[in-house]
Design a protein around this ligand. Structure first.
Ligand code: FE2
Length: 415
């Protein structure tokens, strides 16, 4: 049964302004009246760009760390485009690799503004794509709500000029784009993405070997789909980031929690039309409670503000759900998954946080960020049927670990 977005009360203890509450409801009302609510469906793809020459290494990493496997590869005028799938009902994962290392587009220019992002100027989470009914109507409605789409001649990236996708301009609040594609024809073959190409024998061997390693240890079948994606934004833009995403999607604001220990808040938006978040993952925004300059009065922790100053507003991590239960080794599944991935050479920030003794709870961990995508991977196990989305104590520990790692690696971040 779907959530009634007009009447559902947001959860959490982070205080929102009257402005936020007023416009949250106005946006929902307009979505319903205009027809947007019915035309927008699930998130059907996540799009990530990597540097030229990094795609196969990134795919190897995804093979070891996630359930995503390559379906097909395309070539257009500017990019190689890799489509990966986990389960057919979960979003695809699309990896864009520029053909030339000198490739530059608006996302490169965005990365170049920030001291740590400019080391991998083309590596960036781009955004998510929604499956929709009536693509031209979606664009017309969203443009009438002042959502800015880019025109094909406004970007050098030919993937965004495809007539079967419409992508918005990168948000000035989050750095993310939102894409839309027709639900009925979300058929990769029909999307005219480019010429279908084969990997070289050596590339295929690398992926097959990664797949065999992952299978042999038995950790990958325990990693389900994407649970949520978390974007980091500036303190003062928290409410705007949520309202902007609600304007552009069929998601609702589930709730916001104050993570006092890390001087930040976690703001969760979910698709109320799916029974399983992995079909259309939750969209999370993390913001500091105070901007860095005011924070200097109290000198509280400010890992979120630091991240944005170092990397810009952007996606910080993608979380995968781990099957709840005990592994035959006697460990909880998430502990087994982490131990196995460590054996593959994957590095993690600190340790698994949260206890799963005999009551419903969450166990979570962050990997170090990928050298290829700059994204952290989170693993989350909801033990004994834990129904909540997160716990404040876990979020505080994870945020602290990510902040410490970033400080440690400042100036040395990709070593
Ligand atoms: Fe998370």
């Amino acid at each position: 049964m779907s959530v009634d977005i007009m009447s559902v009360a947001p959860l959490g203890d982070k205080k929102n302004s009257d402005f936020f509450d007023e416009y949250r409801l106005k946006i929902f009302e307009r979505r319903k009246k205009s027809g947007l609510e019915d035309l927008l469906k699930n998130i059907c793809a996540l799009v990530v760009q990597v540097e030229t020459g990094d795609a196969i290494s990134y795919l190897e990493e995804l093979y070891l760390m996630t359930p995503y496997r390559l379906l097909c590869t395309y070539l257009n005028e500017t990019h190689k485009i890799y489509f990966l799938e986990s389960k057919p009902e979960f979003p695809h994962y699309i990896v864009l690799e520029p053909l030339e290392s000198s490739f530059t587009d608006d996302l490169t220019r965005l990365n170049m503004l920030y001291p740590l992002a400019r080391r991998k100027p083309n590596a960036r989470y781009v955004g998510e794509v929604f499956a929709v009914d009536d693509l031209p109507e979606i664009r017309k409605l969203l443009e009438s709500h002042n959502i800015r789409f880019h025109y094909p001649d406004e970007t050098e990236n030919k993937f965004f000029s495809n007539p079967h996708f419409y992508f918005t301009f990168p948000s000035s609040i989050t750095g993310n784009r939102v894409g839309y594609t027709p639900r009925g024809s979300y058929d990769i073959q029909a999307m005219e993405i480019g010429e279908c190409v084969q990997l070289t024998g050596a590339e295929t061997n690398r992926l097959n070997e990664a797949d065999a390693r992952a299978r042999e240890k038995g950790a990958v079948p325990l990693i389900l789909g994407v649970d949520h994606m978390a974007t980091r934004i500036l303190s003062g833009e928290r409410e705007d980031a949520i309202l902007e995403f609600l304007t552009m999607s069929n998601y609702y604001f589930w709730g916001a929690y104050n993570i006092a220990d890390q001087n930040s808040s976690t703001n969760v938006n979910r698709n109320g039309y799916v029974s399983d978040d992995k079909i259309s993952p939750a969209k999370v925004f993390t913001a500091n409670n105070t901007p860095s300059f005011v924070n200097s009065f109290e000198n509280l922790p400010m890992p979120t503000e630091d991240f944005v100053r170092n990397f810009g507003r952007r996606m910080h991590h993608i979380a995968y759900e781990v099957v709840d239960g005990d592994h035959e080794s006697g460990e909880k599944n998430v502990d087994f998954v982490v131990a196995t991935l460590k054996g593959f050479g994957v590095n993690f920030l600190a340790h698994v946080v949260g206890e799963c003794t005999d009551t419903p709870n969450l166990k979570q961990i962050f990997s170090k960020h990928s050298e290829y995508s700059v994204l952290i991977t989170e693993y989350v196990e909801r033990c004994f049927g834990y129904e909540g989305f997160f716990t404040k104590s876990n979020v505080a520990e994870l945020t602290r670990a990510a902040g410490e790692d970033e400080r440690y690696h400042h100036g040395n971040v990709f070593d």
